[in-house]
Design a protein around this ligand. Sequence first.
Ligand code: PLP
Length: 383
Amino acid sequence: MIDTLTAYAQAKIDGLAAKSLARTLKPTHRLDSVWVIRGGRRMISFSCNDYLGLSHHPAVKAAAKAAIDTHGTGAGASRLITGDHPLFSELEARLAALKGAEAACVFGSGYLANSGIIPVFAGPGDVVLVDELAHACIWAGASLSRADVIMFRHNDTADLEAKLAAARPGAGRALVATDGVFSMDGDVAPLSEISRIARAHDAWLLVDDAHGLGVLGGGKGVAALFPDARIDLAMGTFSKAIGGYGAYVCATRPVIDLLKMRARTVVYTTGLPPANAAAALAALDVIASDPDLVAAPLAKARRFTSALNLPEAQSTIVPIILGEAETALAAAADLEAKGLLAVPIRPPTVPAGAARLRIAFTAGHPDEAVDRLAEAVRPWLAR
Ligand SMILES: *Cc1c(COP(=O)(O)O)cnc(C)c1O
């Protein structure tokens, strides 16, 4: 006899498997941002967000190792208790300067950042408007806020404006939240227009720049592409191009001060390991000093979209939308047999009927490998 909890889990898994939606973790040894070993085979990965290869950069690794030797492996407590390592304020000052903001707050991860930030600025009686394809952690933050959460159509500024106007003036405060670069689609939000609409309706704007920092706008992130956009809460992560772990938000000093007092994912969680902050600082140094490296991932993505006559890549991410989960699985298996790792993305990460290969380009991908990938993908596009 199995217990009811185990039976529940097994029945759920069986249901997912019947729809080709079961998932398993596959141990993968990442040699760098390009090469991985999985199942004993060496393959080129097009599924890593380590766009600049900084997770394996000698200076970044050295900074992390030195920080461990000096400061140990953990922060020891929440930042408000004893865990506010001096490296955090150094990193925050650096990020604020990079983003042209007054101040910044570092978080343990991107997921923690968005789930902590939104409830500080929206609550019952307020509205949060979220792009339908925004990252899961924006949705998590919005629902934790207990504000009315309104979804607007993807990158559809007319829909945003209509929904915001309808919510106003009844609602208390209003917050618009969107990804800057969409993590599964690779397209960029029209931030000038979104910012204009938000301001016109007295709403605040949060932009998640997880996939822009280090690779767009000369490394400064997606906002640098929209100099006229006013972003009240400029959030991003250290988990993608920065090659590490952790996240931040830049804003005015009082907004940051309030977050440090009130965000539950600052107050009730242990500070980031100091070595992660040291690694992020070293990564930002590399980004500031090497414009060719910063420009490379987008150039690789554009080489790929041009080879296949796809719309020009707007970011390092190019989706190959195939429809059913089974098709995405079959395409990924076909590529894998050719030594190319492009992980299939299925619901609920993407909408039903929009299963895809999500291809991510990094500076280290040889042009020859990009061309080989394009040839391997071509027959799947023709279907
Ligand atoms: C990866 C990602 C996150 C989550 O960041 P983590 O640091 O991995 O928790 C948040 N937002 C977007 C758009 C992302 O792609």
